[in-house]
Structures are given as C-alpha cells and as structure tokens.
Ligand binder design. Sequence first.
Ligand SMILES: [Ca+2]
Ligand SMILES: [Ca+2]
Ligand SMILES: [Ca+2]
Ligand SMILES: [Ca+2]
Length: 409
Amino acid sequence: MRVSRPVRVLALVPVLALACASERRSFDPEPVTGEFTCGKENDCDDDGYAAPEDCNDQDKLINPGAYDFPGDNVDNDCDGTIDNPTTACETIPSENPGSPTDFARAADICAQPHYDPLIKAAWGQVKGYGPGQRLWTSETKKEQVGIVTSFGENTPRRGKTMMGLATGPWNARDPRSGVPLDGTEFHIDDACKEIPLDANDCRALSYGSAGGGVSVQDWAELRLWLKVPTNAGSGVIDFSFFSTEFNQFWNASLNDAFFILVSSQKRSGQNVATDTNGLGVTVNSGFFQLCPKAPGPPGLAQDKAAGLQQCVGVDGDSSLGIFGSIRGTGYDGAAVSSDYTVQAVNGNKYVYGGGTGWLSAKFPTVPGEELMVRVIVLDTFDGLKDSAVIVDGFRWEPDDGSGASRPVR
Ligand SMILES: [Ca+2]
Ligand SMILES: [Ca+2]
Ligand SMILES: [Ca+2]
Ligand SMILES: [Ca+2]
C-alpha cells in the first residue's frame, strides 16, 4: 500500500531574487536565465521556501518545514532558536481513553513551531473472511488502549505520558487469563493477506513458515498519517513489548506479535519493528529478554527452561543496555504466584510472562513525503493469553538509518 506522493510546499512570500542571483553561481549549477531566476519562485536552494521565511536560502535542509535536530548547533527550522525541537506535547483527553490524536501526542508526535507532522490519526481494524465466507472484523476497542504516566516500573521515554495497546483490557492485573474480546468463534482464514503482511513479516506469526493460514484477533492498532520534515532521513519510535505467552509458548508457533507497518516511498507496508533476524517482535524474537534468568524457578517445564537462556532478569540490565521492567505490569505473574513468575498449567510449571525492554524502531523517509504508520499489537489463533506494548518518544533523525530494531541508548 502506498500513500500519496509528497506535496511540495509552495513558497509563502515571493521575494525579489537579486541578492540570490548574485550568489547562486557558487552553489547552483543550473544556468541563469534572468535576474529573477534564482531557483524556483525566488527560492534559491529549491527547498520550497523563500527568504526571509527560509532563514538560510542556500541550504535546502534549513527552512520552516524542517525539524530542529538537537545537537547540531543549527536553527534548522528557522524559528530563531538553535536546537529547540518540540519533544513533548501530551494533551489532556476530553474523555477516556482519549482520541487517536491524544495517543499520538502522548507518544510525542508533536507540532513544531511552523508545522505539524501529524496529518491524521485513527484506530485501526482487521477484516477478513473465515470459514463459510463469513466476514469478521476486529476493531480496536476503547478498553484495549490507554495513555499512562507509568506502566509498572516503566516510565515515558519523553514527556509525561506514553501510549499503551493490549490484546485484552489495557493494564489488566492478570493478562494471561484474559477472555477473547472478539468472542470465541472469531476466525480469519488468512490474516496475513487481509492485514496485509508480506511473507517475511508473516513468518513472525507462524514461527518461520511464510504461508498464510494464521488467524488474528483482539486487534489493537493506532494508525498515523505523517508528513515528513523537509530535512528528515528517518523516523524513530521506542517501544517495549510484553507477553504472557512467555514461556509456555516459547519456541512454538501461533505467536502474538507487535508490528509497526510503514507505507512510504521507501516501504510498502513492511514491518520496521524487527529483531536481528528481520522478524516481528514476539516471544520468540531475539529481544525478548525481560524474564527470570536461567535456570529459573524450581520445577520449570524441562522443554521451556532453555527459553530463559537469553533472559537478563525481570528488571532488565542497564550494563547490557536493556532498560525496562516487567515488575508491576501484570506480565510478572504477581496476580497468580507469590514468587512473581511461575504458573502451573496441567501440572507443568511455566514462567508467567516477560518482555523485551525498550527498543527503538527506525525507518528511512523521503524528506517532505507523506507516509502511513500502523502501530499494531495482536493475538493469534485465539484471544487468550494477552500481550501488550508501550510506545513513546517519536522523533525524526537526519540520517537514512534503517534495519533491525535495537535496544535504546
Ligand atoms: Ca533553506
Ligand atoms: Ca529552532
Ligand atoms: Ca538544530
Ligand atoms: Ca511521551
């Protein structure tokens, strides 16, 4: 899927270009055709803005449509102050849980002095056919989402609030016991086709196989339409994923997942929240590390003990750059067990839940383009055993960075 092509920002005020024309030969190789031909519409650096709105008309990465990257000692956005991006902009919702726009602001997608990158925000849904060609729809429900100042021991990356999405009631005390919000009959035959997910992203749901045949439900999605600043090479957002499928369903198929699907000039709906193998975030992804260290609690099911080898403990490990905690989130087993981590199922003991810690997802952008970002957490196979994610700290960066998500720094 592709969003509309970028719209070029027109110069706001025509300005005589004599000064530009006298300077242009040093930086613009195009031939001069007259005294008013310094760039287009008297826009010397061809960035869509003319002086004086453009405070540096010889640098197309500096103008009122740019993002003021911190730390470069440049007033990139021409508001008269160096290095002052607006990095927090939480709003007070008029009613709970808040509008999609309130959620975008909680995650720090902020209006800048001269423009707002947020075009629109909406709740998402998944729709698809099940057995007998019955059409099913799973919509994001109000009870699945929340704007919070903390989640257990986790606090916002920026500002005072962050957004949360869950495949059951948001902030449930015992998310492993959640009931399917879409009902027990819900079934989409081929969710990968309906979302849509490309084959590689679908592998995260089906534990390695690229085929369809995965049903998803209890869908929670914030959908964002953004206009990229004129100087941004990438967008970045931080997230921390939690799941009660750990560790009973570790090393197994049918995994709840977190995706950030980006549609832009450089991507057509692929996931940008990935592990080092390029797979979406699940209990099987390489970053699922907030969990009890091996060997784990006594009596742990033998075949699942190996799943603790990558765990660094329920509170993360800052020396390893793994920040965050499952303590107090509901994903620590506190509701069911005095040792916080163990639940018995059919006589076998499993660690109750776990998480990834804070990760950064980064995706390349084309300056000035419009793109769509889908932030999704979902249940697979059935609506039992819930998962959740907290998302915060959206920002723009100058370089064209991409690749796997990585621990925050
Ligand atoms: Ca400029
Ligand atoms: Ca500035
Ligand atoms: Ca700057
Ligand atoms: Ca925030």
